[in-house]
Design a protein around this ligand. Structure first.
Ligand SMILES: *[C@@H]1O[C@H](CO)[C@@H](O)[C@H](O)[C@H]1NC(C)=O
Ligand SMILES: *[C@@H]1O[C@H](CO)[C@@H](O)[C@H](O)[C@H]1NC(C)=O
Length: 223
C-alpha cells in the first residue's frame, strides 16, 4: 500500500512553488563577468556566443553607426528593420539588450510578427504610426503614436506598425535581448523553406489553393 505521508497542504505548497518557478519567465540570462564580446569565429556552441580573448577587445566591439541612416523602404511591405543586435555589435553578447531602427515609407507596414525572446519599446523618431499588439485572449490593444512618443509590445505577442500618413516615418526599438528573433506571421507561413503544404494553409485560412499560391508568389523572395 502507498503510504501517503505528504499531507495535502504540503503537497499544495510544493505544487504551487513548482508552478511559480516554472512560470518565472526570464529574459536573457544575467552575465557572470564584466563583458564577453562575441567571437562568431569560434566553433564552440554555447547559448549565445563564446567570448573573444580579452586582449583582442577594443572600442569597436561596442560601437556601431548602423542606425544612423534611414534604411531603404522600397520593398514589398514598404518598411525596413535594421538591427543593432549581437550579430552586428559583438560587445552586446551576454548583456541582454539590443536596438533596431525601423523606417517606413508612406503607407508602409512592419507586418504582424513576434519576437520570441524579447519585449520591445518603440520610440518614434519621425512621423506617425498606427501600432498594436494582440493578447493571448485575442484582444487588440492599439493606438496612433507620434514623434517623441513610445509604445510597448510585450514579449512574444503578435504586433505591427503601419504608417498611414503620406510622409515617411521612423522609430528606434529597444529589446531586452541581445538577439530578440523575429517571426513575421505571413512570411513564416507562406514563404518558409521548404514550403508549408498548400493543404495546411487552405484549411487554416479557409481559402482555396489558388489564393494560397497567389500569396506565396507575392511573399517568396524575388529570384
Ligand atoms: C580594434 O581591433 C581591430 C582588430 O581586432 C582593429 O581592426 C581596429 O582598428 C581596432 N579598433 C580600435 C577602435 O582600436
Ligand atoms: C531600392 O532603391 C535602391 C536605390 O534607389 C535601388 O538600388 C534598389 O534596387 C531598389 N530596390 C528595389 C527592391 O526596388
Amino acid at each position: 500500500m502507498v503510504n501517503h505521508t505528504m499531507k495535502l497542504p504540503n503537497f499544495v505548497l510544493l505544487l504551487t512553488s513548482a508552478l511559480l518557478l516554472a512560470t518565472t519567465v526570464s529574459s536573457d540570462p544575467d552575465l557572470l563577468q564584466d563583458l564577453c564580446v562575441a567571437d562568431p569565429s569560434s566553433g564552440v556552441k554555447v547559448n549565445g556566443f563564446t567570448c573573444k580573448e580579452a586582449s583582442k577587445v577594443n572600442a569597436s566591439d561596442f560601437f556601431s553607426s548602423i542606425l544612423a541612416k534611414p534604411g531603404a523602404t522600397n520593398n514589398t511591405f514598404g518598411s525596413l528593420v535594421t538591427g543593432a543586435n549581437v550579430e552586428k555589435v559583438p560587445g552586446l553578447n551576454t548583456l541582454g539588450v539590443s536596438l533596431s531602427r525601423i523606417d517606413y515609407a508612406p503607407d508602409g507596414i512592419n507586418p504582424p510578427h513576434t519576437h520570441p525572446r524579447a519585449t520591445e519599446i518603440v520610440f518614434v523618431l519621425e512621423g506617425q504610426l498606427d501600432v498594436g499588439f494582440i493578447t493571448t485572449a485575442n484582444v487588440l490593444i492599439s493606438k496612433t503614436i507620434n514623434k517623441g512618443e513610445i509604445f510597448v509590445f510585450p514579449k512574444g505577442l503578435v504586433h505591427f506598425q503601419k504608417n498611414n500618413a503620406n510622409v515617411p516615418a521612423a522609430v528606434i526599438s529597444a529589446f531586452n535581448s541581445q538577439l530578440p528573433g523575429t517571426q513575421s506571421i505571413a512570411t513564416t507561413l507562406f514563404a518558409a523553406t521548404p514550403s508549408l503544404p498548400d493543404h495546411v494553409l487552405t484549411k487554416t485560412f479557409q481559402i482555396g489553393t489558388k489564393e494560397v499560391q497567389k500569396i506565396k508568389t507575392r511573399l517568396l523572395p524575388k529570384k
